[in-house]
Ligand binder design. Structure first.
Ligand code: PLP
Length: 459
């Protein structure tokens, strides 16, 4: 398999003709077999929709193992991975420090449903290094963290309505699957079936980067809005970077109207810096939610706020929120191991510099050839957009037709041993273990793929 990988990397355009659809030069037999089976067990053959390859060529690759910046599929093909389990694996796959800490924790048992010192340790690590939250609670997923944050905001303000932004994803709880992004946009749906209209009525959806829309929402629903929730770095529907001014405006208008500002940092937290977007933009939100990286690859979410607001949470206060496996010791151990690495000085500087070098050189390549293509980036997150716009800040600015180009690119990258999340609306992640050599290899695959995408479009 390594031989064929070598061939893939040394492959010139000629070796991978445009019409490789369904005819990859590497075997995907075992993945195909597993997929046939999984379709009989799970809707769409998967346990989370975006994994289904619905918006790209081919069928899902079943992953056998990961190590460092690489993953291997069931057929033994090796890939340089930029999906990183959709963000959590900032130290790459199977990092020895995380693995050892997890094994150590497991030797004492998997779960007790009673407090453990590990919860204190992870909390201390977070609170010591993050001045934007003062009291926290762990959950088992990002969705739960956000759902709980919304309930907390409603309980605290005694108001029902929330403002969310078109193009931001906040997990799959009822009040937030209203014109949500990510997988839903990919499937061309605006919301999910099964959500009572009455729930959706409590969620006001406005465009990003639009002060007037937010102002109008407050005018129209005076004294009814519990919170504004935003991904301060919207990264689930492309990478829709907001301006400092807009985020500051949200802070001001929330305060003025006695509504809470919730930063959903499930993806940006511990990613663009240890203190996430709050520190990057230097804005103090009222509640922050975290997930993904915080669990080191195991299921952990968290929400945090001031002592006062968190005092509303049961058993101290009247807002109920719980979890059988919340603060699970094995998951806590993984989080402690990973976050300890992240807290070391220079970690983010190195990672972010490496990412910038990588994305800038891709941009230089595309610009030199006049390709209608831009790489947007922040921290170690990046997004390939088939556009010539200098910035994209709202979901309406994403041309759905451009996703056809991503589809070709995704196929060509897979054929060259580079793995991206199977949707053009998803971002890529660089991890601390992407070496210079591997990034160079990935770049060559990206260059070749871009040539094919744009050669194809001119035919
Ligand atoms: C991933 C994500 C969620 C949902 O987290 P899950 O762990 O998938 O439930 C919520 N908000 C944001 C911003 C996310 O990126």
């Amino acid at each position: 398999m390594l031989g064929s990988l070598k061939k893939m990397f040394s492959g010139s355009e000629e070796e991978t003709p445009v019409n490789t659809i369904g005819k990859p030069d590497i075997s995907r037999e075992k993945s195909a077999e597993l997929y046939e089976k999984s379709k009989t067990y799970f809707p769409g053959g998967v346990n989370s929709p975006v994994r289904a390859f619905k918006s790209v060529h081919g069928t899902p690759l079943f992953i056998q193992k990961g190590d460092g910046c690489h993953i291997w599929d069931a057929d033994g093909n090796q890939f340089i991975d930029f999906c990183a389990s959709w963000g959590p694996l900032i130290l790459g796959h199977n990092h020895p420090v995380v693995r050892e800490k997890v094994i150590e924790a497991m030797q004492n048992g998997m779960s007790f449903g009673a407090p453990t010192a590990l919860e204190n340790q992870l909390a201390e690590l977070i609170l010591k290094n993050n001045k934007y939250v003062h009291k926290i609670r762990f959950t088992s997923s990002g969705t739960e963290a956000v759902m709980s944050a919304i309930r907390l905001a409603r309980g605290y303000t005694k108001r029902d309505k929330i403002i969310k932004f078109e193009g931001c994803y906040h997990g799959h709880s009822d009040s937030l699957l209203v014109k949500a992004g990510s997988g839903l946009v990919t499937f061309g749906e605006t919301s999910s079936a099964g959500i009572p209209k009455a729930f959706a009525d409590e969620t006001i959806v406005v465009p990003l980067n639009n002060e007037q829309a937010v102002q109008e929402a407050f005018d129209q629903f005076q004294d009814q809005i519990a919170a504004i929730i935003i991904e301060p770095v919207p990264a689930n529907n492309g990478l829709l970077l907001q301006t400092q001014e807009f985020l500051e405006f949200l802070r001001r208008i929330s305060t003025k109207n006695k509504a809470l500002l919730i930063f959903d940092e499930v993806i940006s937290g511990f990613r663009i810096g240890f203190e996430g977007a709050a520190a990057y933009y230097n804005i103090q939100p009222d509640i922050i939610t975290y997930g993904k990286i915080i669990g080191g690859g195991l299921p952990v979410g968290m929400y945090g706020s001031s002592e006062e607001i968190m005092g509303m949470i049961s058993p101290d206060g009247p807002v109920y929120q719980a979890g059988t496996l919340s603060g699970n010791p094995v998951a806590m151990a993984a989080g402690i191991a990973q976050l300890t690495e992240l807290a070391k000085s220079g970690f983010y500087k190195d990672l972010n510099n490496k990412t910038l070098e990588f994305t800038e050189s891709i941009q230089r390549f595309a610009s030199a050839r006049n390709y209608k293509f831009r790489v947007f980036t922040i921290g170690s997150i990046f997004w390939f957009a088939f556009t010539d716009q200098e910035s994209i800040r709202t979901s309406e600015e994403i041309d759905p037709a451009s996703m056809e180009k991503f589809k070709i690119m995704h196929r060509e990258l897979l054929n060259r041993g580079v793995y991206f999340g199977p949707s053009g609306y998803e971002v890529g992640f660089v991890s601390s273990v992407h070496t210079k050599i591997e990034l160079e290899k990935a770049k060559r695959a990206i260059f070749d793929s871009l040539d094919i995408v744009f050669r194809g479009s001119r035919v």
